[in-house]
Design a binder for this molecule. Structure first.
Ligand SMILES: [Zn+2]
Length: 112
């Protein structure tokens, strides 16, 4: 991608495009879905850090047998969450390892 016009050298580093739309897990029966409320990335149904426990259960069901797909979906959202959270409060953000554990690492574990 080239900057329009001036040809000025940019110091901005490449950043990936936006991740997937955070529309999963889908709502059931007209209830408020357990999807992330941006830019805080808390659950819009219960206010917990997203993905909340219910979202994890529902995502595991929706992606039954497709853990790679689930990991890719969540990795895209983790990137968006990092961008939002680091812009929201650059001085008090979760460590990358914390976000990785919160968004992705749990997908390889069996539900408690
Ligand atoms: Zn929730």
């Amino acid at each position: 991608m080239t900057a329009g016009g001036s040809g000025a050298i940019t110091t901005r580093l490449f950043a990936p495009e936006r991740g997937p739309r955070p529309q999963r897990p889908y709502a059931s029966g007209g209830e408020v879905p357990h999807t992330p409320l941006r830019p805080m990335w808390c659950c819009r149904a219960d206010g917990q850090p997203w993905p909340c426990g219910q979202a994890r259960l529902l995502l595991r069901v929706e992606y039954d047998g497709n853990l790679p797909g689930l990991s890719i979906y969540l990795a895209g959202l983790m990137y968006d969450a990092m961008r939002d959270l680091y812009h929201l409060n650059p001085h008090d953000t979760p460590e990358p390892t914390t976000l990785f554990t919160r968004f992705i690492a749990w997908t390889r574990r069996q539900p408690a």
